[in-house]
Design a protein around this ligand. Structure first.
Ligand code: HEM
Ligand SMILES: *[C@@H]1O[C@H](CO)[C@@H](O)[C@H](O)[C@H]1NC(C)=O
Ligand SMILES: *[C@@H]1O[C@H](CO)[C@@H](O)[C@H](O)[C@H]1NC(C)=O
Length: 316
């Protein structure tokens, strides 16, 4: 009898409360189309939204799992993840807030902010020529966001250090890591993240960088503008394609870590493979994104469904 009670009241609900494709099918049938419409509207005005969302999704999942902890604003008593130096100019918060508002009007307190990030990223990737894939939903929003939890390694770390982080903290293999770095096929990096590779910074130029690219970046970064930026993929910076891997094989990686992926013995095989096979990259990227989106998720009645993505429901 005790076992039965245990099963029906505790174990069964937990087993049912898992991520699944179409989680909102009956509770908010329009959820996915509402997200998609908002992303498409934004994309039509600003193609860089894909990069913004990909980076946001990673920075969310890499700290306490995919629980929308990155969206929380700091308060007097709590400095949130957002304000970490490692927030590295994550952007796109306004789109998430806008989608959330529309979803609250359609189905109050139903769709989590963590799922909005996941769905919006998926939709933006498809709009940018990337794979079209189903993502499971049913994530709940976390109740903690603290700057002290942010420990994502920086772009000048060794491949071995980043691999360790992916394996130990995120449960992702080295191959999945290389696949996810394919996200650097869109978006930009600011000079402050790669200036150490340029002669102009006082050091010696990084010999692993193509001299023509190096000269171009020296010029860009010595302009009087405040911390200018350059595409991470110097060729097709608005397309989710395998060009990033071709670029790093041609010594045209902007970030040190990107370039090192093409040189390190543990990763260069995966780089050559993706560079030579667009289809394998597209399929692998979709699978790796789905896996990234499952890192330490809250499900069932864990956490909460925030009403506003930038504050906890019970603010204090
Ligand atoms: C530890 C691993 C990683 C490091 C060290 C890293 C580092 C960086 C750095 C330094 C930038 C430039 C930021 C700026 O100047 O504003 C950047 C941009 C970006 N990263 Fe990563 N990254 C990592 C993993 C990832 C992953 C896994 C994804 C997505 C799956 C991703 C997606 C992006 C995107 C899309 C941008 C461009 C953002 C924009 O244009 O607004 N990164 N990354
Ligand atoms: C969180 O901060 C952003 C940016 O400062 C602001 O636009 C937004 O309104 C804030 N959220 C709330 C609920 O106050
Ligand atoms: C991180 O976010 C805060 C506030 O949102 C901002 O003032 C700071 O400049 C950001 N840091 C970086 C490195 O972008």
């Amino acid at each position: 009898m005790k076992m039965m009670i245990l099963f029906f009241f505790f174990i069964l609900p937990l087993a049912l409360a898992d991520l699944k494709v179409g989680f909102y099918g009956s509770s908010c049938p329009k959820a996915e189309s509402i997200v998609q419409k908002a992303v498409r509207n934004r994309f039509n005005r600003d193609k860089s939204i894909t990069a913004a969302l990909l980076r946001m999704h990673f920075h969310d999942c890499a700290v306490r799992g995919c629980d929308a902890s990155i969206l929380i604003n700091s308060t007097k008593s709590n400095t949130a993840e957002k304000d970490s130096g490692a927030n590295d100019s994550v952007r796109g918060y306004d789109l998430i807030d806008e989608v959330k508002q529309t979803l609250e009007d359609a189905c109050p307190s139903t769709v989590s902010c963590a799922d909005i990030i996941t769905l919006a990223t998926r939709d933006a990737v498809a709009l940018s020529g990337g794979p079209k894939y189903d993502v499971p939903t049913g994530r709940r929003d976390g109740l903690v966001s603290n700057i002290n939890n942010v420990n994502i390694p920086g772009p000048n770390s060794l491949v071995s250090v980043i691999s360790q982080f992916f394996e130990k903290n995120l449960g992702l293999t080295t191959q999945e890591m290389v696949t996810l770095f394919g996200a650097h096929t869109v978006g930009v990096a600011h000079c402050s993240f790669f200036a150490n590779r340029l002669s102009s910074s006082g050091g010696k130029p990084d010999p692993t960088m193509d001299p023509a690219l190096s000269a171009k970046l020296v010029k860009l970064c010595s302009s009087s503008r405040d911390d200018p930026a350059t595409p991470l993929d110097q060729k097709t910076s608005f397309l989710v394609d395998n060009e990033f891997y071709k670029q790093i094989l041609a010594k045209k990686g902007v970030l040190q870590i990107d370039q090192q992926l093409a040189l390190d013995t543990n990763t260069k095989g995966f780089v050559s493979d993706f560079a030579s096979n667009e289809d394998r990259f597209q399929k692998g990227f979709a699978n790796a994104m789905v896996k990234m989106g499952k890192i330490d998720v809250l499900i069932g009645n864990q956490g909460e469904i925030r009403k506003k993505c930038s504050i906890f429901n019970n603010r204090n």
